[in-house]
Design a protein around this ligand. Structure first.
Ligand SMILES: [Zn+2]
Length: 218
């Protein structure tokens, strides 16, 4: 709460330039005008996987693509807060209790993290957690298989590629409600495998949220 207040105060003293329109922004890395133009999705889940609702905050269009790509590949870490704020706007409208969620960012294989230098979904999760007073746990589920990029594969190969990709470290589970998080939902195959891995275990409430839903559903 106090951190958010100081951030707001600092953003008024030291403005940034908006990543999208390049004009001065007093609202962090994305100005209020551009933020308001990001198209929000409906609050209904875009997918239900194994009884787990998956929410998508927006659509994967020109603006969300720019933001997510810049955060993922071009080291624009400050965009993680802008994306988290956008995701939180949808989250607040969903029918979940909003209390005591533990966020699980889509696990990244350690080899990939080493290549990129950081885990962008973890950064988004940390900002989202700060906004809601949640915890982030990136140890509960680990990626044990270094999978090939999904877009290189056929539908059948995708499933095969992801089978057994994740490991639920049961001994670390503290009985929390889990909110799974990813940047984009395309075919949903990774999310499906992640949910299946967790569903073997008894978890009270589990749901998932992504920054944007890609229209290129294959
Ligand atoms: Zn702008």
């Amino acid at each position: 709460m106090l951190i958010n207040f100081f951030r707001q105060l600092l953003s008024w003293i030291y403005f940034e330039y908006c990543y999208l329109c390049k004009k001065p922004s007093y609202n962090g890395a994305v100005c209020t005008e551009c933020h308001n133009k990001l198209t929000q999705n409906t609050i209904a889940p875009v997918k239900i996987i194994n009884n787990t609702p998956v929410y998508a905050s927006g659509f994967y269009n020109e603006d969300t693509r720019k933001l997510i790509k810049a955060l993922k590949y071009y080291n624009k870490k400050q965009l993680s807060l802008s994306i988290a704020v956008f995701m939180n706007e949808l989250w607040q409208q969903t029918p979940h209790s909003k209390e005591h969620f533990c966020i699980i960012p889509m696990p990244l294989h350690k080899k990939r993290k080493k290549q990129r230098g950081y885990d962008h979904v973890l950064l988004m999760a940390k900002e989202f957690a700060r906004l809601n007073n949640y915890e982030v746990d990136n140890k509960l589920i680990t990626r044990v298989k270094d999978t090939k990029p999904q877009y290189e594969l056929t539908k059948e190969e995708r499933k095969e590629n992801l089978t057994g990709a994740f490991k639920f470290n049961e001994h670390l589970y503290k009985g929390q409600n889990l909110l799974l998080m990813d940047d984009i939902l395309t075919s949903g195959a990774s999310m499906e495998e992640l949910i299946k891995t967790i569903k073997i275990f008894e978890v009270d409430d589990i749901c998932a949220i992504v920054g944007a839903e890609s229209v290129l559903k294959k």
